[in-house]
Design a protein around this ligand. Structure first.
Ligand SMILES: Nc1ncnc2c1ncn2[C@@H]1O[C@H](COP(=O)(O)OP(=O)(O)O)[C@@H](O)[C@H]1O
Ligand SMILES: [Mg+2]
Length: 365
């Protein structure tokens, strides 16, 4: 059934067995079959994602309608079809319709469709993927170091702090003059403030819940809070992929993550600008070295000034802030929550275009 939906052709070779298709769908490489008229006859899951189009829409379309390809490359693809010669092209820029250009490696192998029609199998590997995976791994390592440093520091500070606070309370009871209580109160208050700061730096320590969570409900919940706190000059839009299934995760913690990120976007914009809450689902996606068959991408985009260059590699560390009154804890807490939830936060930022992407693995029923 899936095959018929994907191919919608009459003279395609004998349908591959269901196992073969599952196999192709589980590849991270985009695979397309093109016929002699340069129309798409088949595409796997990764190709759907690359082109940002469903197989139902893409099959039957001309390749050039789904993908803008440099003229010279297009001519080579035509030649490959006509001459039945395979070829490889590396690091070419292609532009999936309506999306940002991507640098890819292309492998073309001719094959025969039916008895006469010449076709082509196109394998497309997006080459920034290894870079992204390496960067994700760096974020995770960074996070692990920061957390173990924090845990050690918290242990060293909390014990004496508890002693200090207890001693101040005892002292308070023994004071000959009640007015001196002002000073013991300062010690107790400041000890509590430090304790509180350390707890916040460590983030939630209990096990996260595993409830069925509607991710759009979470995004909308935060969007309303942001709208309530935004000036008139700020637009807060949304762009959701309705196909995202429910996710087994901790709703409250996820809300805190999105709120920390969106709160920063609001702060960065000041009095005017645009924030977009976006959701997408991608398959065969790697998060910090672990491959997941289905992943939800929740994105908060803003058109503000962007993360300062000097901070971009450190924003997920605790106490790193670019603002006068910031604590520098928002993103570090958000990142450690996402670690607990098996996901990750990525950031891409340049002036006028900042996107924080929250990646959450989805359970497949
Ligand atoms: N959307 C954004 N646009 C510009 N800069 C940002 C954005 N999000 C985060 N930042 C930068 O990252 C820093 C760290 O953020 P965060 O960890 O939440 O701490 P805080 O908000 O307390 O400064 C911010 O101070 C800011 O400089
Ligand atoms: Mg913040």
């Amino acid at each position: 059934m899936r095959y018929l939906q994907r191919c919608a052709v009459t003279n395609f070779p004998a349908p591959p067995k269901a196992d073969d298709l599952t196999l192709l769908d589980s590849l991270a490489t985009a695979v397309l079959a093109i016929d002699g008229a340069m129309r798409i006859r088949y595409l796997n899951n990764a190709a759907e994602q690359l082109l940002g189009i469903s197989a139902r829409k893409a099959v039957g379309q001309r390749l050039t309608r789904a993908l803008t390809i440099p003229d010279a490359l297009f001519a080579r693809i035509r030649d490959a079809v006509e001459s039945s010669q395979p070829f490889t092209d590396r690091q070419v820029s292609v532009e999936p319709h309506g999306q940002d250009p991507q640098i890819v490696d292309l492998y073309l192998s001719p094959f025969r469709i039916g008895k006469t029609d010449q076709g082509l199998i196109l394998e497309v590997t997006v080459i920034d993927r290894p870079l992204r995976i390496a960067r994700d791994e760096a974020i995770l390592t960074q996070q692990e170091h920061a957390r173990s440093l924090l845990r050690g520091l918290a242990h060293e500070i909390k014990n004496p702090l508890g002693g200090l606070r207890g001693a101040a309370q005892l002292l308070d009871k023994q004071l000959p003059n009640a007015e001196l209580g002002e000073y013991t109160n300062i010690i107790i208050r400041e000890a509590d403030r430090l304790q509180n700061l350390i707890d916040r730096m460590l983030g939630p320590t209990s096990r996260p819940k595993q409830d069925a969570v509607n991710l759009h409900e979470v995004l909308e919940h935060v969007r309303k809070i942001i709208i309530a706190g935004a000036c008139d000059g700020i637009q807060v839009r949304f762009d959701y992929d309705p196909s995202i299934p429910e996710c087994l995760t901790d709703r409250d913690r996820l809300i805190q993550v999105i709120l920390n990120i969106a709160g920063n976007a609001l702060q960065a914009l000041g009095t005017a600008g645009k924030i977009v809450f976006r959701s997408r689902v991608v398959s065969n996606f790697t998060i910090g070295g672990a491959r997941h068959s289905l992943v939800a991408c929740l994105q908060i985009h803003d058109n503000g000034p962007g993360v300062p260059d000097a901070l971009i590699d450190q924003i997920f560390y605790p106490m790193v802030t670019g603002t006068d009154h910031g604590t520098g804890l928002g993103l570090s807490i958000a990142q450690s929550i996402m670690n607990q939830l098996g996901g990750l936060i990525e950031c891409n930022s340049e002036p006028g275009n900042t996107t924080f992407t929250v990646l959450i693995p989805l359970e497949i029923p």
